[in-house]
Design a protein around this ligand. Structure first.
Ligand code: UDP
Length: 385
């Protein structure tokens, strides 16, 4: 690494902004490019001109973490307002509380269980022949049993991922807790909140440093990397290699936007568990900013489908059968000597925002330490495999 090397960061989302800020703060000049005409990647927020509602343009983003350093970091750039994600789900013509909790269980089975009774009841429902669940379906059948799985997880997951839950890893379901009390907080993390002026304002502030230059609506091509001392690349891993080995599987989302005069659904997120309803959920954006008041409302009906070449990649699918292709891309990436692949798209992993920031901080620190020691940077801090 040269002492004065030119640092190019591809992508002005959370990864790119945090790495850029940390390197600029350490005295480096940083160039950040992004193909879009705004910063903040998929957590971009924008105030709707008609209603004044802060819209999560690429779908809902709720900040939650147990990582004190990450929480302090985001709070440096934005006031976080109290927000608890309380999700409801419509299934079989009834509305239930998520994540599955004592209220859900009692309502669904028509019971008045106390916590211990509910625990024993659900334990009884679990399929104990599944010793070590490896798929989403096995995890669900083992821990909540057939009825709750069919009502709340099977249809939603088929719609969300476009495949059978028996083809998906158990790790996806492990994102959701099951509770034997009436706690309906969707997340179990210590810190949770929403940026008062939106994520785009937060990212813009992270990027607001005299040694950071941001160029929007600018596409990256690999030839640009050659003249840079080091590139931090947060675009799609397969895109970096011009999809030469085929396309990694992603899900994309379509949002059917509609407005409503008043309160459309009374909560921010209403899931739809039934497979017969084509969308996965409806989000009502004003409820993501409960400290604001708006008469009008902006809602998104959210549809998930396979991501095509012209679509925005959202969720990496990561089916076992695609692992070979991913391994080939990883092997290629590891041959790059001056590129580090970061973030959800660069490392092809389902990352929450707090993990993305944690990894970006670690990446910047490793870069500074490597530079000081005269070592080279790895292609990945966290392998996609
Ligand atoms: N899920 C489900 N039913 C629900 C909500 C979630 O089956 O009502 C499953 C689904 O497969 C989803 C996964 O749990 O992809 C993780 O849910 P989460 O709410 O974390 O998804 P995200 O908000 O990241 O899309």
């Amino acid at each position: 690494m040269r002492a004065d090397e030119r640092i190019v960061i591809v992508g002005a989302g959370l990864s790119g902004a945090v790495i850029g800020r940390e390197l600029a703060s350490a005295g480096h000049k940083v160039e950040i490019i992004d193909a879009r005409d705004h910063v903040a990647g998929n957590c971009h927020t924008e105030r709707d001109g008609d209603t004044g509602v802060m819209v999560h343009v690429y779908g809902p983003h709720i900040f939650h973490t147990d990582d004190t350093e990450v929480w302090d970091y985001v709070n440096r750039f934005q006031t976080f307002m109290p927000y608890k994600n309380r999700v409801k789900t419509t299934s079989g013509e009834q509305v239930y509380s998520l994540p599955v909790n004592l209220h859900t269980i009692n309502q669904f089975f028509g019971k008045t269980f106390r916590p211990d009774e509910a625990r024993a009841f659900i334990e009884e429902k679990g399929d104990k022949s599944i010793a070590e669940p490896s798929t989403f379906e096995e995890q669900a059948l083992r821990f909540v049993g057939r009825e709750l799985y069919d009502a709340f997880f099977r249809g939603y997951t088929e719609k969300q991922w476009g495949c059978s839950p028996s083809d998906l890893p158990a790790s996806i379901l492990k994102r959701l807790p099951v509770r034997f009390n009436y706690d309906d907080n969707y997340f179990f993390h210590r810190f949770q909140g929403m940026p008062e002026s939106g994520y785009t304002d937060m990212v813009a502030r992270i990027l607001d440093h005299p040694d950071i230059t941001v160029r929007l609506a600018t596409r990256f091509n690999r030839a640009d990397a050659a003249s840079a001392g080091h590139v931090f690349y947060s675009g799609p891993l397969d895109g970096y290699f011009d999809f030469e080995l085929g396309r990694l599987a992603y899900r994309t989302l379509d949002f059917e936007r509609f407005t409503y005069d008043g309160d459309y659904q009374g909560c921010a997120v209403m899931n739809y568990g039934d497979g017969s309803v084509p969308f996965t959920r409806i989000t009502e954006h004003k409820h993501f900013s409960p400290w604001e008041e708006h008469a009008g409302s902006v809602c998104y009906r959210e549809f998930s489908r396979e991501c095509g070449p012209q679509d925005i990649p959202y969720y990496p699918v990561r089916l076992v059968k695609d692992k070979e292709q991913l391994a080939e891309y990883v092997a290629r990436a590891e041959q790059e000597t001056s590129v580090t692949f970061v973030g959800r798209l660069g490392t092809y992993r389902y990352l929450d925002m707090d993990v993305t920031i944690r990894e970006a901080l670690d990446t910047a620190r490793l870069y500074l330490a490597s530079k000081a020691a005269g070592n080279s940077m790895p292609a990945f801090l966290h392998s996609p495999l």
